[in-house]
Design a protein around this ligand. Structure first.
Ligand SMILES: Nc1ncnc2c1ncn2[C@@H]1O[C@H](COP(=O)(O)OP(=O)(O)O)[C@@H](O)[C@H]1O
Ligand SMILES: [Mg+2]
Length: 357
């Protein structure tokens, strides 16, 4: 039975800027189950990163969560028998203790921009060690033996943190991890910084990993290594992954379910197979047609779809995709707002083609 970990319900995030209000996320709904990988795809600017940041309660200024809820079914990491508690993340103080404990320990995020998220004055070993110190405990042992059937845990020691850091650096493919553990972010290449961020995120065994274009900057062999690492950890720790990407090849490989986003809303959701073989929404079909052909580098971005993403201050009436839609029905799509409907079991779409109008 699928057990929800995070439910995003009708999320709205707005940016109040000089010229008006931008709806970065405009009624987005999605459920991430425990242990599952959910892919989120859509063109640049459709609200993927802002949604991810909202889950961490880290929406950047001047953005604000203006509606909806993000329900986190929290379980005790060290006491799995303890009943889950439902927390509405949107209600937490972004600087408060509760979200700080969740961030890094229970939810971890890999951002698109590694430089800005690594503190320049700490070595990679210190950065990973700090995360471990705050967020990971190890079972207590007596002598050399693990205590049987215990719920006793203790923080990692400095020496253990260094050992785990080196091991993590090695797992993410950093050469000479024994030396690199003492390197500062500016001494690493962009790709290496990205891998250090992956190491920090995964070192604490989070319940949920939000991976926002995690491998876009990496070359193909390192990308494969990191995707394997995520999958391996998922098998051993029941981690959920929200995998955000432009790269449909990668999402097909990683995700069981896919949500397609356009202009701050979900427009289609189904199993990965369904989305690839029987896409319903004209936007999803257009995205799939833009997949790079075999032989091109897998990290190539999507070719763009006909037309432009609308001006956020002058959104189209009716369905926001209608000016670009090959199946546009005049008098309907520019007038009526499509609903989110289940067209076949577990296959949802927001399109008037399926509403019999
Ligand atoms: N700092 C900001 N100020 C104003 N608008 C923003 C800001 N950040 C994001 N937005 C708006 O939110 C939309 C979604 O952004 P984002 O989630 O980063 O898109 P993506 O799907 O490419 O990750 C953007 O198109 C933009 O309109
Ligand atoms: Mg983004």
């Amino acid at each position: 039975m699928a057990e929800p970990l995070v439910e995003i319900k009708d999320l709205h995030v707005q940016f109040e800027v000089r010229d008006g209000i931008i709806k970065g996320v405009d009624g987005f709904t999605l459920t991430i189950n425990r242990g599952e990988t959910l892919g989120v795809i859509g063109e640049s600017g459709c609200g993927k990163s802002i949604t991810a940041k909202a889950v961490m309660q880290m929406v950047p200024r001047p953005g604000k969560i203006t509606g909806g809820e993000i329900l986190y079914h929290q379980r005790d990491k060290y006491d799995p028998k303890k009943p889950t508690e439902v927390i509405n993340i949107t209600k937490l103080d972004p600087d408060g203790d509760q979200i700080r404990r969740i961030r890094g320990g229970e939810f971890a995020m890999i951002f698109q921009e590694p430089m800005s998220s690594l503190t320049p004055v700490y070595t990679t070993g210190t950065l990973i060690g700090e995360a471990l110190h705050l967020h990971r405990m190890v079972p207590k042992t007596v002598g050399e033996h693990m205590v049987q059937n215990i719920t006793a845990y203790r923080p990692v020691t400095k020496a253990e943190a260094r050992e785990i850091s080196i091991e993590m650096l090695q797992k993410v493919g950093i050469p000479k991890p024994h030396e690199r553990v003492d390197a500062y972010p500016h001494q690493l290449s962009g790709g290496q910084r990205q891998r250090v961020m992956v190491a920090i995120a995964l070192s604490c065994h989070p319940f949920m990993l939000i991976a926002d274009e995690p491998t876009t900057a990496l070359d193909v062999s390192i990308e494969a290594q990191i995707l394997d690492l995520m999958r391996g950890l998922q098998e051993t720790t029941e981690m959920s992954i929200m995998f955000i990407t432009h790269n449909l090849g990668v999402v097909a490989e990683m995700a069981k379910e896919i949500v397609v986003m356009y202009m701050g809303k979900q427009v289609e959701a189904a199993s990965t197979d369904r989305v690839f073989y029987e896409p319903k929404h004209p936007y999803t079909r257009a995205l799939l047609q833009s997949i790079p052909k075999v032989g091109k580098r897998s990290s190539d971005r999507l070719a763009s779809i006909k037309g432009m993403v609308p001006d956020p201050f002058h959104l189209p009436t009716g369905c926001v995709f209608h000016p670009r839609c090959p199946s546009f029905m005049p008098g309907k799509c520019d007038v009526l707002t499509p609903n989110w409907i289940e067209v076949e079991p577990d296959h949802w779409v927001r399109c008037l083609l399926y509403e019999g109008v």
